[in-house]
Design a binder for this molecule. Structure first.
Ligand code: ADP
Length: 295
């Protein structure tokens, strides 16, 4: 099974002709509230891809928190260890203009209260085969979660987003690092994804760099990196493509598929998601992935 140690956010999205400058008011065309957060998105992606998934993190004691929890449960994600913290849920305040450009303010809210694990969390992680981590919770709990999983023999998969320098004690406990090409460049200073992947292999044993429409790159110590192309599709909304990819990848690896096949399977899932609007709403179910990939 898969445990996600990560964030839940309510995305508050205003669609505007152009973004306002400081001190200015503009009239928007539409407004939507969309459940998100990288942790929750990866949890939903993995559950839809057929994984048994539990989520550790926190929602706030507000209406958004109740909706975020219910949304995860509706997707069959186990929320028994998802805390309800005093105060507001995490929110992302997003302005999207007519060119598709965006400006975002993230307020961590309840996510910021998850600073350490308790015994229940450790026990749950110990039952899993894979722990999925991102960087939208306090770094202290990400470090503790990865170390706990490593000690218990659970595979650790880190999405290093939002991009930031990674402490060596965190990297030392990561089995698989999955940056997109921008994050790979930020971590290494190398814009060529192949060179960046090879540089990252000094710190972790396995790296997958996602390359948008170009697919993904798999690198493991002692072998040449392997490029896995993405299916050619018409993309309408690439929000959460990376989270869909990682969730599906965890399921495929957990089933024992060899890495290149697992990347292709995850790429099939992500390609389905970019052909539909939205974040979690766009994530494919296992039957849909199998329909394009074969089982
Ligand atoms: P992120 O969403 O984190 O920025 P990417 O843009 O690299 O990450 O996308 C993640 C994965 O989603 C890619 O590796 C690819 O498999 C898939 N993907 C993204 N955009 C497309 C696209 N236009 N066509 C097909 N697959 C895509």
């Amino acid at each position: 099974s898969i445990v996600v140690l990560g964030s839940t956010n309510m995305d508050l999205v205003a669609y505007v002709p152009r973004a306002p400058a400081l001190g200015e008011t503009v009239t928007g065309r539409a407004f939507r509230t969309i459940p998100g957060g990288k942790g929750a998105n990866q949890a939903v992606a993995a559950a839809r891809a057929g994984g048994e998934v539990a989520m550790i993190g926190a929602v706030g004691a507000d209406d958004f928190g109740a909706r975020l929890r219910a949304g995860l449960e509706h997707c069959s994600v186990d929320t028994d260890l998802l805390r309800t913290a005093e105060g507001p849920s995490g929110t992302a305040h997003i302005v999207v203009d007519d060119e598709g450009g965006n400006a975002i303010v993230v307020v961590p809210g309840a996510n910021g209260t998850v600073t350490s694990l308790d015994h229940g969390d450790e026990a749950l992680i110990g039952t899993a085969d894979t722990l999925l981590l991102q960087l939208e919770l306090p770094l202290s709990v990400v470090v503790e979660g990865a170390a706990t999983a490593r000690r218990l023999g659970v595979r650790t998969v880190l999405t290093p987003a939002p991009a930031q320098p990674l402490p060596p004690e965190l990297l030392a406990t990561i089995d698989l690092l999955v940056p997109n090409e921008h994050e790979a460049a930020a971590l290494t200073g190398l814009t060529d994804p192949r060179e960046a992947a090879l540089a990252l292999l000094r710190d972790v044993p396995e790296v997958v760099v996602t390359l948008g429409a170009a697919g993904s790159l798999y690198a493991v110590r002692g072998a040449d990196p392997v490029a896995v192309p993405a299916p050619r599709v018409r993309a309408v909304d690439t929000t959460a493509a990376g989270d869909t990819f990682v969730g599906a990848l965890a399921v495929a690896l957990g089933e024992g598929r060899p890495a290149p096949e697992a990347l292709a399977w995850a790429g099939a899932a992500a390609a389905l998601s970019v052909q539909r609007e939205g974040a979690s709403t766009s994530m494919p179910y296992r039957t849909e992935i199998e329909a394009v990939f074969g089982s």
